[in-house]
Design a protein around this ligand. Sequence first.
Ligand SMILES: CC(C)(COP(=O)([O-])OP(=O)([O-])OC[C@H]1O[C@@H](n2cnc3c(N)ncnc32)[C@H](O)[C@@H]1OP(=O)([O-])[O-])[C@@H](O)C(=O)NCCC(=O)NCCSC(=O)C[C@@](C)(O)CC(=O)[O-]
Length: 301
Amino acid sequence: MPLPTSVKLFEMSPRDGLQNEPGAIVPTGTKIALIERLAKAGITHIEAASFVSPKWVPQMGDAVEVMAGITRQPGVVYSALTPNLKGLANALTVGVEEVAVFGAASEAFSQKNINCSIAESLTRFEPVLERAREAGVRVRGYVSCVLGCPYEGEIAPAKVAEVAKALYEMGCYEVSLGDTIGVGTPLAAKRMIETTRQQVPIEFLAAHFHDTYGMALANLYAVLEEGVSVIDAATAGLGGCPYAKGASGNVATEDVLYLLEGLGIETGIDLQAVIETGYWITHELGRKPSSKVALAKGLSR
Ligand SMILES: CC(C)(COP(=O)([O-])OP(=O)([O-])OC[C@H]1O[C@@H](n2cnc3c(N)ncnc32)[C@H](O)[C@@H]1OP(=O)([O-])[O-])[C@@H](O)C(=O)NCCC(=O)NCCSC(=O)C[C@@](C)(O)CC(=O)[O-]
């Protein structure tokens, strides 16, 4: 299949990037400033917060304040995770226009992450989608562990396809496929997409790859060749997974943009502005970006 001519980049750093940040809670003002910088760099889809239990994920405990505090730019979608009706109700109080539900292709991961089985999670999501529809809010769906699970090991592509199909048929406008612990390789990624696209049209699938084994860019190239045109990424490669030792964050936005620019694929995003944002947020967190492109290019000023 020819490569897509344009790609929608879904920025994950304020949510997936910061949710596992160890140590002190990142100040609300820093989260808001990050989101505003990302929008200024030309990113049009930003996962800004997570309305989950603060007991489970303390870093996301200020979701209401973050969403309410952003100066919203026209044309930018600020999305948030909502695992259940309580999360959605909280999100609606601050006028979200898009939310996401998140399931898994692994039973064990589903239990660890959201305290229920895959089947129970799908039953739980149904009223969330119904209520969101009534409120005019779009819902994205996630499937975790699509290329491997920290507890179950290999995951069958057919199981990924089954969960993705359930989310799509429930009304998710897009289903993002997460290599949560970054264990995938290009052939496995290709096979997983080949199987899943038989159940969900390719234009409704997104790739959400973590870079633990340094394979994320290779995996992305493999699925671009399959026709995937939505990529999730986190500026500076922020993030990790509490359930997988040594797991690193999402593939870095800077690295994805450099790859796409090299392939002549449009994103409308200013790479240098993202690099500067990556240096700024990692400085706030007391470290350096993990993006190779950011480290190679450095700061222009
Ligand atoms: C889903 C639950 C809530 C179930 O957790 P539970 O304990 O089974 O829920 P519950 O309904 O029994 O409620 C227990 C308590 O939590 C409260 N509660 C219940 N819901 C909410 C809510 N929405 N917001 C705030 N509070 C909530 C509820 O009110 C109650 O409070 P208490 O009476 O004890 O004081 C919990 O397991 C949870 O919050 N899990 C979130 C885990 C998480 O955020 N993981 C990271 C995101 S997923 C991810 O990163 C993967 C992804 C998407 O990036 C893709 C990839 O890479 O694979």
